[in-house]
Design a binder for this molecule. Sequence first.
Ligand code: ADP
Ligand code: MG
Ligand code: MG
Ligand code: MG
Length: 420
Amino acid sequence: TGKLPFEALSVETLARRLGTNAALCAKIGRDTTQWKVREVGDGNLNLVFIVEGAGGAAVVKQALPYVRLVGDSWPLPLKRSFFEYHALTRQEARAPGSVPAIYHFDEGQALIIMEYLAPPHVILRHALIDGRQLANIARDIGLFMARTLFRGSDLSMVPKDRKADLALFADNIELCDITENLVFSDPYFDAKMNRHTPQLDGVVAELRADRDLKVEAQRLKHIFAANAETLLHGDLHSGSIMVTDQETRMIDPEFAFYGPMAFDVGMLLANFWMSFFSQRGHEEKGKRDAMRAYLLGVTAETWAVFRAEFSHLWRTERTGMLYQKSLFEDQGDRLGAEQALDHVLHQIWTDLLGFAGIEVHRRILGLAHNADFETIADEELRASCEARALKFGRHIAVNRRQIHSIDEVNTLAALIEQES
Ligand code: ADP
Ligand code: MG
Ligand code: MG
Ligand code: MG
């Protein structure tokens, strides 16, 4: 199929077109008359099919030559599938068991055949909206981020390999462009595709007139664009994570590229804080006080696990060209290596607060909103949740150099939540 021109799959054509695919047949059985195909994509960009056969099931994800959310007026290259495939293989190598297994990749058809994360797997965002307290997410996501971000960088890789990957992912131009505009700029002016809950008009005008905030957002954009530190997932929000009570898997790394370590961590934590501020919109079946406490605990634990694992890898796997052991441990200077580690972690901390603040803004003011707030039917109630989140985002972005601990951030979040 690699030589045929691209053609979007459909529920009707999938069995005919992939019926001879060896990897898929091996997984689900070759009797295509038994195949059942559903399209389940709920994302903004791509087609996702679940294919069930006599022997099992698999997922077929296919890119479209445009943005699904907007339509063919917004073209987007198929090669994002290539970056997603290459990111998944690297994430599996660097954090084994954290992503779906890959069965097949077809570059020409921009499709990836992968492991079906069957029920009870659900998207983490939906579990949090439902008020579920998952015991392992902080540990699993903290480890995933530390391992992928450390092992994709010059702290771990030899320069030749790291530069080859830097070049490979540098071509993911159009998806970077989406982040550069939708995350860092559009929320702060009257960009065409923006939308927000009408009751926020006043708050939105204030934020767009907020010079300190706009300068900070652009400094963060500068860091994002200019610091090719490691291979990012690039879209690590709670809609890109599937969970059961026991396990956690990251999906959808099509935005992967070389950028600052703090970006993935900041975006992820922002999604927990947004979930926190959205909880009062989901209290029709009971108070969410315990859920709010759980979510703040998750942010603290995620950051603690990240720091501990990153520090462990720093001490045991620092095989790249940065902060070489020959300068420190090999001379008996373990303190020097710890000093350098503290500098690196401090930089990640300071920047992640900025990225988190900006991520909160773009999910409320930009094009791509999230279900945490969108599913709050009462507009007044939704606006009051969103206004608190916006205020929190502004505070942590602008004051990120003066905030010293995750407990301090969570105290701020709790304070803003309690304001009338
Ligand atoms: P997009 O890039 O369009 O956002 P995603 O990769 O996020 O696409 O997938 C969209 C949806 O499809 C997910 O929210 C999830 O419900 C479902 N999905 C994607 N991959 C899998 C998988 N491996 N197993 C089960 N469901 C999946
Ligand atoms: Mg997605
Ligand atoms: Mg998406
Ligand atoms: Mg995606």
